[in-house]
Design a binder for this molecule. Sequence first.
Ligand code: SAM
Ligand code: SF4
Length: 330
Amino acid sequence: MGSNQLLDHFGRFHDYLRISLTDSCNFRCFYCMPDGPTNCLSSGHLMNPDEILHFAKIFTNLGVSKIRLTGGEPLVRKEFPLILKKLSSLPVELTLTTNGVFLDKQLDLIKDCGVKSINISLDSLNPDTFFKITKRDDFHRVMDNIQLLVDSDLHVKVNAVAVSGLIESELADFIEFTRQRPLHVRFIEFMPFDGNKWSSNKVITAGQMLKLVQSVYDVVKLNDEPHSTAKKFKVVGYEGTFAFITTMSEHFCGDCNRLRITADGKLKNCLFGKEEWDLLAAHRRGEDILPLLVQGVRSKFEKLGGQLNPDYQKISIENINNRSMIKIGG
Ligand code: SAM
Ligand code: SF4
């Protein structure tokens, strides 16, 4: 374990940092990006590649052992190759969450930089539903790139946001997707963020989904990795696995090891917290960011950012003060 600067008041050591590279995206997923004008950050407000490396080094020296690049869509950031190369010099596990469209263009670089595992978001195996969700016609490019990653022996996780009314008819197709592919489908319970029209009746829980899967398939529970957000299963005889991320029905805050830096350089200690610590502004004023960083970690609430009711049916989105998901960075 590293130094105690990354330890919070509840004994949680934070060794996993998620860095958002941009708040812009080539997709328009309704659960992530609010309707209307996109208002993306101008380049001067984004952390530049050297600032990203500087922050990443500080966190790594304190004990962070895993960094995930996210966004917005990290692959639309034009300096993505430079940022990835810079970060690959650090002694960390480097990984990436992407919508997958541009992966073929960056695959060689990604492998050269030592990335072993990639999360791709794909919410539907039906091209029409995919278009309805993303408002983009890129289904086949994403599917081809998933296959390309599998063929390249990368560890591939496929993230599907589970929205009630959309996912039920696709559960079996996603399970079949794991039959002959060594990939890992994860159904993420639909979470509330600014501008995403969340309501509790659009949540379908892991328990409800598992029941539907078990009515068709012979399923076994697998062991979950330490700090894993996903509860993992497998259909007997299938190559891949499936899992549920149960943020809404059963939070996993007690075991949380994650911190986030937004594309504009603010530290967020929780996906659902409204508090932010402006590391970039401090750094650009020539100040040491360590005191802010420590304050951010020590201020972490015990659960759900101190503002979400653990009973998701009692959450009303109007009372939540947070960014939209696209501006947080997954
Ligand atoms: N553009 C990349 C992508 O889509 O993978 C990275 C950023 S995206 C914000 C990170 C992850 O957050 C994706 O897997 C996405 O499906 C998930 N996500 C976004 N909004 C969500 C929501 N309201 N509830 C649950 N998951 C959500
Ligand atoms: Fe873009 Fe990812 Fe958000 Fe979809 S989920 S709008 S792909 S950032």
